[in-house]
Write a protein that binds this ligand. Structure first.
Ligand code: ADP
Ligand code: MG
Length: 281
């Protein structure tokens, strides 16, 4: 596969421009590098070990400060996200719920640095997203973030395996093929690795998209209505998969969803109504 030519067609979030560090080989359970709460180091230890990324992220992985997104339309100015403030801790599962058109996808894009706010700031792992340029944001995402789009956004000319390998190949990881195959097996698609997206069902494509988002070991997974296009049974197995990955690897989940069952499984629910975000209690 020619990386140079395919890279130009990629969405920025699909490009993992930095080497993936310490990718465990083998099965997904081997990815579980996040310390459990009982292993959390003291503040003094943290101070001594600036390189202990997992521990330093434990407290807070994302901070949203006064995020506002305005757009100008033919009908005048529209405020899509209105002065949102919240933080998310590492390992938390957060549901973002709200009616269609309330601003959920826009909020998710702003949190991942895929969209630029009119005002406000988002920090991921202490790094201020909008102080970075687009290239810097892409590198940060490559290091820490996975994103599952509502529309999957698989590349049609690549097989399932190649789609999942792509973020690893772009980072120059040596055994991308084996790692991609392992995670595809983990999502139950070992018999579909050579299929192209159009040869896969919606649920299978969604699983490939989730495998692609997870293969770089993100600390933070954003998913926009991950069960929205799926039948009930496939949707349930997708939810199980997301929470297994959350448990096994301590991955923070930020899930936009209409699915009340999925929202109930999350640790927290943020509700958005006409761009105004509130914590549901
Ligand atoms: N770039 C844009 N220009 C104008 N309106 C937009 C733009 N992006 C989103 N919107 C509008 O903002 C509202 C929220 O959109 P969105 O975040 O996609 O909502 P949700 O994901 O909750 O359905 C919708 O009314 C949508 O039409
Ligand atoms: Mg949406």
């Amino acid at each position: 596969m020619n990386n140079a030519s395919t890279a130009t067609t990629l969405h920025p979030s699909e490009i993992n421009a930095e080497p993936v560090s310490a990718l465990a080989s083998g099965t997904l359970s081997a990815f579980g590098t996040t310390p459990t709460p009982t292993e959390t180091p003291s503040d003094a230890q943290l101070g001594q070990s600036a390189t202990n990324l997992d521990a330093s992220l434990k407290a807070e992985i994302i901070r949203v400060v006064g995020i506002t997104k305005r757009v100008t339309t033919t009908d005048g100015e529209l405020v899509i996200v209105n002065n949102a403030h919240f933080t998310v801790k590492q390992g938390e599962a957060v549901a973002i719920v709200g009616a269609s058109g309330s601003g959920k996808s826009t909020l998710l894009g702003l949190m991942a640095g895929l969209d630029i706010p009119s005002e406000g700031e988002v920090s991921i792992a202490g790094e201020s997203l909008f102080a970075l340029d687009e290239d810097g944001r892409a590198k940060l995402r490559g290091r820490l973030v996975g994103f599952v789009f509502q529309s999957f956004q698989l590349l049609p000319s690549l097989t399932a395996l190649e789609n999942v390998m792509l973020p690893l190949e772009l980072s120059g990881v040596a055994d991308a093929s084996k790692r991609a195959a392992d995670i595809l097996a983990r999502v139950g698609l070992q018999a579909r690795v050579k299929h192209y997206p159009k040869q896969l069902s919606g649920g299978e494509q969604q699983r490939v998209a989730i495998a692609r988002a997870f293969v770089t070991e993100p600390k933070l997974l954003f998913a926009d209505e991950p069960t929205g296009n799926l039948d009930a049974k496939t949707g349930r197995s997708m939810i199980e998969l997301l929470f297994e990955l959350n448990r096994e690897r301590g991955t923070t989940l930020i899930l936009v969803t209409h699915d009340l069952g999925l929202a109930a499984r999350c640790d927290r629910r943020l509700s958005i109504d006409a761009g105004v975000v509130t914590e549901e209690r």
